[in-house]
Design a binder for this molecule. Structure first.
Ligand code: PGA
Length: 288
């Protein structure tokens, strides 16, 4: 049954794993052709991260409006409400083309972890995706890259698609450490789970200085880091890298989404503030 909790959520996600199977059928393509084809086949994702916003009264019309506005499966649309509203949201989304995602999960599978929510529970209430290692988790709640890597593994182990968030602070960028920081956040995951694990995942590059600040990275700044991430992964596995969806996040709005999404290594966006207004979010979805 389509859309049942625990069975992939509200839509059948086109994961990198699915389509890299298609790419594998191409007999030894030249690198340029391979990359061009891969880009064409990477279905864009727009994911809304509501953070700690919402109420039952406010969520209902927002979810209804998003569901009514997203009618095609040419791209993937995901919304990530707070845990407490996940199941309510799934009840509205089920059977439609908008998928449900969580904002975080526990690295442990089950047990005496007061206040935590496991990946299996998220699956159980209809989630297809979960954010992992969002910068607010890292900076405000002291989550290390090692913990994010364990959460990433926990998500995959129950069949959730992790959206791994990476990104540098402004001071890192100014000191020329962007690639070092992003590379080490990525490496924590690949060391624990192996690079092949990225075949079932999504990455979100979110420069911390652009989150909630209204100061977005330029399309070129985003592209530079996205290309770095893809090359980093390609050094270990070119096929996984070619299929990997890399989202940009940080003050994406209806007015700047199209230019950012047009960059060759940008495969959509992770949207915070602008995902709380249906019209704005749907305009971003339309730009993908
Ligand atoms: P923002 O947040 O769009 O409000 O900058 C993005 C995010 O934190 O995912």
């Amino acid at each position: 049954m389509r859309g049942a909790p625990g069975r992939g959520g509200a839509q059948r996600p086109l994961t990198a794993l699915h389509w890299t199977g298609g790419v594998a059928m191409i007999a030894r393509p030249k690198l340029g052709a391979y990359k061009a084809r891969a880009r064409f086949m990477r279905r864009k994702i727009v994911a809304g991260n509501w953070k700690m916003h919402g109420s039952r009264a406010a969520n209902a019309p927002l979810v209804e409006a998003i569901l009514a506005g997203v009618t095609s499966e040419r791209m993937s649309c995901v919304i990530c409400p707070p845990h407490i509203y996940l199941h309510d949201t799934w009840r509205v989304l089920r059977g439609g083309v908008v998928a449900l995602g969580a904002q975080d999960l526990c690295a442990e599978a089950v047990g005496a972890y007061t206040g935590e929510v496991s990946g299996a529970m998220l699956k159980d209430v209809g989630c297809t995706y979960t954010l992992v290692g969002h910068s607010e988790r890292r900076t405000l709640f002291g989550e290390s890259s090692a913990l994010a890597a364990r959460k990433f593994a926990a998500a995959l182990s129950v069949g959730l698609i992790p959206i791994l968030c990476v990104g540098e602070q402004l001071s890192d960028r100014e000191a020329g450490r962007t690639e070092g920081i992003v590379g080490s956040q990525l490496e924590a995951v690949t060391q624990l789970s192996g690079v092949q694990a990225l075949g079932g995942a999504v990455i979100a590059y979110e420069p911390v200085w652009a989150i909630g600040t209204g100061r977005t990275a330029t399309p070129e700044q985003a592209q530079e880091v996205h290309a770095f991430i893809r090359q980093r992964v390609a050094a270990e596995d070119a096929k996984i890298a070619a299929g990997l969806r890399i989202l940009y996040g940080g003050s994406v709005k209806a007015g700047n989404a199209r230019d950012i999404f047009a960059m060759p290594d940008v495969d959509g966006g992770l949207i915070g503030g602008a995902s709380l207004k249906a019209d704005e979010f749907l305009a971003i979805v339309a730009a993908a």
